[in-house]
Design a protein around this ligand. Sequence first.
Ligand SMILES: Nc1ncnc2c1ncn2[C@@H]1O[C@H](COP(=O)(O)OP(=O)(O)OP(=O)(O)O)[C@@H](O)[C@H]1O
Ligand SMILES: [Mg+2]
Length: 351
Amino acid sequence: MEKLRVGIILGGMSSENEVSLNSGRNVYDNLDREMYIPVPVFMHHNGGLWVIPWQLVSQNTTVDVSDHLEKEARHIPYEQLKEEIDFAFIALHGKYGDDGCIQGLLELLGIPYTGSGILASALGMDKHIQQKILRWGGIDVPRSIVVPEYEWRNNKKALEKQIHDTFGFPLVTKPTREGSSMGVTIVRDAGALDDGINDALEWDNAVLVEEYLDGIEFSSIVIEEDGEPKALSLTEIYPQSEFYTYDDKYMPGRCRKFTPPKNIPADVVARIKEEVVRAYKVLGFRSYGRIDGFLAHDGRVLITDPNSSSGMAPSSFFFEQAAESGMLPSMIISKLIELSLTIHKEKRGPL
Ligand SMILES: Nc1ncnc2c1ncn2[C@@H]1O[C@H](COP(=O)(O)OP(=O)(O)OP(=O)(O)O)[C@@H](O)[C@H]1O
Ligand SMILES: [Mg+2]
């Protein structure tokens, strides 16, 4: 049987391109060579695609990779991608990578890929719209108000009053469409609100203002098994910063994480797993996803951040939870590829 050529798409156009390089490199290292041929495909920050030699996968930053492209890599016009790969393992994160854009391109080209389709990917990225859908699906989410940039510029006083009256402090401000905690602030008092909102507006043209949740943060990988989504183990998170920041997420040894959880009783873990699977289904995610949330002190399970994809670094939740279920990185990667191929075959249309 011919081996499948798996294009590992890494880099990209978002604020998370360095995180993606790390993810892609790890997928490259762990892809089962008995079954697949890895083809590293680097997405330049201008959107261009390049097939890169494996040596470039080990470069430190996407800027370093970019410096070598002209001499050592091959530029691939979009329509030629299907001559190069049979399957796309999307190791991109954030805008253009998680949000339906690359998924749309791959649908046009007829290339099967990991993760959700266009609509669900877009929903996974948009924290405002996903909350509306989750609420509609009976899932508990934090109270929130969306603040579009033009409203903040034109009606600041009225909005400030509405925010004070609705939440009190602390509260959380975040860009509606970002990842890796970019632009997230815990706003402790009224004097810090303006900075929090302006920080988030650096990343997007709308800000989500949310009630602050005090409790235990968790993350759960959901992956399909014979068409039925199932939660792997659950991870309980104890950041060292005031919340789970970029540094906590990616600096080695910085954050305490417990898989399975230490401080959440088994019956509550079971309830959380049910909720994350419900959230996955309500948003129409396919193949896999990573659903984050909080167990509040009053026992409520709130979903704060359903993601249609996951980090793929060695210590990412994806591999940590797979290990807990007895799967090596190569095993879970193969499983994800095979189930994504099946899902793609059964699809009727691109969503
Ligand atoms: N309502 C909230 N109350 C308390 N802390 C929050 C709240 N919302 C977010 N946080 C903190 O901010 C972090 C980042 O927020 P969020 O999960 O929404 O961002 P993200 O950028 O999409 O992250 P990821 O890269 O993991 O997808 C959370 O992990 C959590 O620690
Ligand atoms: Mg997220």
